[in-house]
Design a protein around this ligand. Sequence first.
Ligand code: HAM
Length: 431
Amino acid sequence: MKYSKPRGTRDFLPGEMAARRYVEQMIRRVFIRFGYKEIATPTFEHLELITAKSGEDIVAHLYHFKDKGGRDLALRPELTAPVMRLYVNELQNSPKPLRLYYFGNCFRYERPQAGRYREFFQAGVELIGSSSPEAQAEVIALVNAVLEELGIREYELHIGNIGILRKILAENGIGEEVQAHIMGVIDKGDEAQLEEELNRLELPEEEKEVILGVLELKGRRGEVVERAEALLAGRESVLKELRSFEEILDALESFGVKNYHLNLGIARGLDYYTGMVFEVYAYKLGAEKQICGGGSYSLAEVFGGKPVATSGFAFGFDRLLLALEKEGVKLPDTERTLFMVIPMGRELVPYAIEVASLVRRSYVCELEVMRRKVKKALAYADAKGIPYVILVGEEIKEGKVLLKDMRAKEQREVNVEELESVLAAIAKGNP
Ligand code: HAM
């Protein structure tokens, strides 16, 4: 009987895995350049950590279970809550700001479709300890830097501010929990349900209109700000929120990021956001177009720590790969085998092992271990696209091997002493 893999999970084959690691490395390099340091947290956490403030939507999609000791645990659906738990437990007294990054698998029990999986990977950062406009702008600029490095061209960066809506709701006496629920409904994009929820809150008609009006504010900065000012006229504390938001945008422009859209309709599916929020869409991906999401949030105090200003984001790593594929970006196969060593007889195997070991000091090299006849071993090299073969025959006893160029179908004798420089020249021509 064959076993299939669980729904919503994937196997990654050679080649595919090499491409994934290549992209992962590129992302890491950019994170590191901005001063972020890697951390890792467990794959599962106490259920309460995740239910504390992650939002109804994510909690409804949790993989959770009891372990043999009766503890309620959950596979992590994201990494911000675990990172903030780690921060509160281990790093609260470290010099600020803390710039942390992570790369890890996450689990959400969702209906699988293209770009939406039950196990997927996130690459993200959290910047802990500063609420300055430049700190908040930095995380957005970092997203932009990664996308540029990867060479993704067709994406839109949408920036919003959840603080504006939260303020309006708070001024109408609506507490944080209900605010979070409303944000969740907005995030789902279900307009009828939103109307229903707002009616249930029995808000004055004018307030309802302002809320729905804010959600419609999308477009270029100048025009959105102008419309927002008109809509929010007379609401001083809300306008103050808008001013601080503009300071983040000013800083972002200093970072050279100018190609963004303002979108005050972004609510995010997680409860912990407090102010600036953003999402990146790659429209070519269709329904699951969001390749990155983040913003400024407040979680440390939920996990027993001192309140601290924090912002961050996570890329949907799998979706980044899909976006690259859709744009036809060719990723190099970093694990490609360049050389294969074939012994031309059983008694030559020990010599072949020695030659292969020598080649492997610098290059990817396979050794023939199937005890095939030379012809069959060459056919394998050909089928695998291995471009160069080193044949180890009797002449090895005089320090010589045969180097075969599989594409040009040429071969020449090379002294083992010269092998290193000969292979270096070949490798240079085969990056
Ligand atoms: P999120 O928007 O829930 O935010 O997830 C971040 C990214 O993960 C999404 O933009 C999406 O690309 C990807 N993603 C989410 N669910 C799936 C899925 N089922 N299959 C494939 N990809 C998926 C967060 O998780 C926050 N922790 C981000 C953050 C960090 N905010 C502040 N710091």
